[in-house]
Design a protein around this ligand. Structure first.
Ligand code: PLP
Length: 393
């Protein structure tokens, strides 16, 4: 069994380590300042002020107004809240457009809409993982009310041209939502300059706590709450605020903005070094999405002649945490819908591994991964003919 300090964590698109500065900021709100932010006395105002500060910090990261932010329980709730709101407020519109490579937190609610009689178009991607914007434009019809396209893909790191997509939607007068859970804190954003109606994000993907996220709702866009209750979040999300977690989200946003501005983090160079070394050391290897714009931290690699589930088992034994496709799919035998969409005729989806770096990834860890990954692939290839899992055991 691996102890905690022996692991090499290369699964930051699944979740990230809490930044120590985030924990420090949260602690007083788990201990001393336990007041309900809605209460009238001075003691509770501590919590209320802390939430306001978190809102300002997140607004600074997104380049929007604090009043445009609604705190939620995470990316999944934010996505569901948007889809619910659009359908509540635009009951006539029957056509919704999304992509085939969305996270399940968009795909599943959209599939449910389709079952309820909506016409949902799932736009395909090419072999690089890119969308055809002409196809998007052509798909928007008079009865289209809503387009939802993710900013960056969780499996491949492919970044979609969100500014252009937002512009197309504005011209065609349809509402536009982006699931920006993977993009937030990793690439610069200015929502003031981009005609986006809704944006979802989640704290635990950028070194904040799990179970808290936010929804950006443009101040000119109507919104109907998914969670009705007390008047919290300016009547947009009921329920007593998750104060400590919201404080943590705010701090994580502040730190992320600082790193983005200083641009001193060498995540991209570590990722590039990892890819170059692995591609050089192992033949029959390719990077999924290599031809597209990608996040600086993600490396999705396809290895000929292996089964990713067996590779994960061996890498786990070496203390390397990574994944095949997305974390949510672990345990299911279904191949990644994202990689299948990029390469429908190939079996690349079954032989790909995703390595995703974070702020706490070190050069020494990358050195170790560069040594271990080729060995594991070699070992798996030598055991051809035996069943993949048996070969790993
Ligand atoms: C992780 C993730 C989500 C879900 O966010 P939670 O806060 O875990 O609910 C949604 N979309 C994308 C792209 C993600 O990577």
């Amino acid at each position: 069994m691996m102890t905690d300090n022996e692991i090499i964590y290369l699964d930051n698109n699944a979740t990230t380590q809490l930044d120590p500065a985030v924990i420090e900021e949260m602690l007083p709100f788990l201990t001393k300042y336990y007041g309900n932010p809605s209460s009238g006395y001075g003691f509770a105002a501590m919590a209320r002020k802390a939430i306001n500060l978190a809102r300002e910090r997140l607004a600074a990261l997104l380049g929007c107004e604090p009043t445009e932010i609604v705190f939620t329980s995470g990316g999944t709730e934010s996505n569901n809240a948007v889809i619910n709101s659009v359908l509540q407020l635009e009951p006539r519109g029957k056509n919704v457009i999304t992509s085939a490579v969305e996270h399940s937190a968009v795909l599943r609610p959209c599939q449910d809409l389709a079952k309820r009689g909506c016409l949902v178009s799932f736009l395909n991607v090419d072999s690089h993982g890119d969308l055809d914007l002409g196809e998007l434009e052509a798909a928007i019809r008079p009865e289209t009310t809503f387009v939802s396209i993710m900013w960056a893909n969780n499996e491949t790191g492919v970044v979609f041209p969100i500014e252009k997509i937002a512009e197309i939607c504005r011209e065609k007068r349809v509402l536009f939502h982006t699931d920006a859970v993977q993009a937030t804190g990793k690439i610069p954003m200015s929502l003031r300059d981009t005609p986006i109606n809704f944006l979802s994000l989640s704290a635990h993907k950028f070194h904040g706590p799990k179970g808290v996220g936010a929804l950006y709702v443009n101040r000119q866009t109507r919104f109907s709450p998914l969670v009705a209750g007390g008047g919290q979040e300016n009547e947009r999300r009921g329920g007593t605020e998750n104060v400590a977690s919201i404080v943590g989200l705010g701090k994580a946003a502040e730190v992320a903005l600082k790193y983005l501005r200083e641009d001193k983090c060498n995540i991209r160079s570590m990722r590039d070094r990892f890819e170059k070394s692995v591609l050089g050391a192992v033949n029959g290897t390719s990077v999924n999405g290599a031809g597209a714009t990608r996040l600086p931290n993600t490396s999705s690699v396809s290895f000929e002649g292996i089964e990713s589930s067996a590779a994960l088992l061996l890498l786990d034994r070496e203390g390397i945490c990574c994944s095949a496709g997305s974390a949510c799919r672990t345990g299911s035998q279904e191949a990644s819908h994202v990689l299948r969409a990029m390469n429908p005729s190939e079996d690349g989806a079954r032989r790909s591994l995703r390595f995703s770096l974070g702020r706490f990834t070190t050069d020494a860890e990358i050195d170790c991964a560069i040594e271990v990954v080729p060995k594991v692939i070699e070992k798996l290839r030598q055991s051809v003919g035996r069943t993949p899992v048996a070969a790993a055991l």
